[in-house]
Design a binder for this molecule. Structure first.
Ligand code: GLA
Length: 413
């Protein structure tokens, strides 16, 4: 009797195993393509707008013009992007920041462009910017007023404003956090996400929540990028501090959703050339949005060389979309992987003294003793020596070296 029972139990367990394993066989494995990977991740998000698969590139009015913005400045910026060749390199967003609207909505509750500074209206401006092959961005706040306190915010008007933006042909919305009602940003920001999704036009959604409630941890479901820090200023210490704060959230960045340590200051005059090179190198490799903040009508050759460095821009736009991290603190090294089993590394001297910095291949994520081809992305030169263990650079005050590293195939002897 006991033997019969054991046999019976064995048979039942075998049948159960059979059923589950044949069931498992029936579940199709997803195809292992990059497209599938991205589309799966996007599908699971509220804001599945397919924008920002690489960090956005363009220009924004705030860092140089603050509140003194008008339609001529915006048109000039669009013209400047085209005539300088920067548009061709990928800088396509022309973003109006704060102060573009009248303080009071019209009788129907619509936002209205400020008559003294934007007399032609935003739709006409969008048409102009589009005619130059570029895209127009605009700004509002998840509060009652924007940060300048000169125009209304969109809190409570999300759907109406999103519709207005879409009807004007807006392509990008920066959404600030001032004059809010004290409710949680995790509620205020998604209200605009839903409104944008309903508005019927793909609009890149940039959350400007300043890192207050760690938007890196929830931003991907809500927007295409999120500020991780307070405002940048045009000086080396603030810029490096923004880079350091942003670094803490590196693992949250990915195609479709980027950490944003604030816009670029290159060309505004507050830092030296070497400091701006560090600024641009870092922003590029940490996959930050590359939004220029200088006056494009007055670009120096030096500024153009920095913001127009194609090899560095290519690091930012690399399809793998992995944010590089600070891998060593003292002898400072930032590094990260790129598509095609390549790597980027930045050796930085933050000080006024000269120093040698050595990066071990392991620091960069490459197995030691691998033969690696090294390209200097600011000298635009491939070094004659291949590295096998480490790379040493001797750096003067605020010096840096940015390398593209390509492990070479082993030659079989
Ligand atoms: C905040 C933002 C800035 C800028 C200003 C405009 O400070 O963080 O980037 O948009 O508002 O008032």
């Amino acid at each position: 009797m006991e033997r019969k029972l054991t046999c019976c139990l064995l048979l039942i367990s075998l049948m159960v195993i059979g059923i589950t394993s044949s069931g498992a066989n029936m579940i199709k494995k997803p195809p292992n393509t990059k497209f599938h990977y991205y589309s799966e991740r996007l599908r699971r998000n509220l804001l599945a707008n397919t924008l920002g698969l690489t960090p956005p590139m363009g220009w924004n009015s705030w860092n140089h013009f603050n509140c003194n913005v008008n339609e001529t400045i915006i048109k000039d910026a669009a013209d400047g992007l085209v005539s300088s060749g920067l548009a061709q390199l990928g800088y396509t967003y022309v973003n109006i920041d704060d102060c573009w609207a009248e303080k009071v909505r019209d009788k129907n509750g619509n936002l209205v462009a400020r008559n003294t500074t934007f007399p032609s209206g935003i739709k006409a401006l969008a048409d102009y910017v589009h005619s130059r092959g570029l895209k127009l961005g605009i700004y509002s706040s998840a509060g009652f007023f924007t940060c300048s306190n000169t125009m209304p915010g969109s809190l409570g008007y999300e759907e109406q404003d999103a519709k207005t933006f879409a009807s004007w042909g807006i392509d990008y919305l920066k959404y600030d956090n001032c004059y809010n009602d004290g409710t949680n940003p995790t509620a205020r920001y998604p209200a605009m996400t839903r409104a944008l999704m309903k508005a019927g036009r793909p609009i890149y959604y940039s959350l400007c929540e300043w890192g207050d409630m760690h938007p890196a941890t929830w931003g991907f479901r809500v927007g295409n990028s999120w500020r991780t820090t307070g405002d940048i200023s045009d000086n080396f210490d603030t810029m490096m501090n923004r880079a350091d704060m942003n670094n803490m959230y590196a693992d949250y960045a990915r195609p479709g959703g980027w950490n944003d340590p604030d816009m670029l200051e290159v060309g505004n005059g507050g830092m030296t050339k070497d400091q701006y090179i560090i600024h641009f190198s870092l922003w590029a490799m940490v996959k930050s949005p590359l939004l220029l903040g200088c006056d494009l009508t007055n670009l120096t050759q030096e500024t153009l060389e920095i913001i127009g460095n194609k090899e560095v821009i290519a690091i930012n736009q690399d399809p793998l979309g992995v944010q590089a991290k600070k891998v060593r603190e003292d002898a400072e090294i930032w590094a990260g992987p790129l598509s095609g089993y390549r790597f980027v590394a930045l050796l930085v001297n933050r000080g006024t003294w000269s120093t040698n910095i050595t990066a071990h291949l392991e620091d960069i994520g490459i197995p030691p003793k691998t033969k690696v081809q090294v390209r200097d992305l600011w000298e635009h030169k491939t070094l004659e020596e291949t590295a096998t263990m480490n790379l040493t650079a001797s750096l003067g005050a605020y010096g840096s070296k940015m390398y593209l590293l390509t492990p070479l195939k082993e030659q079989s002897s």
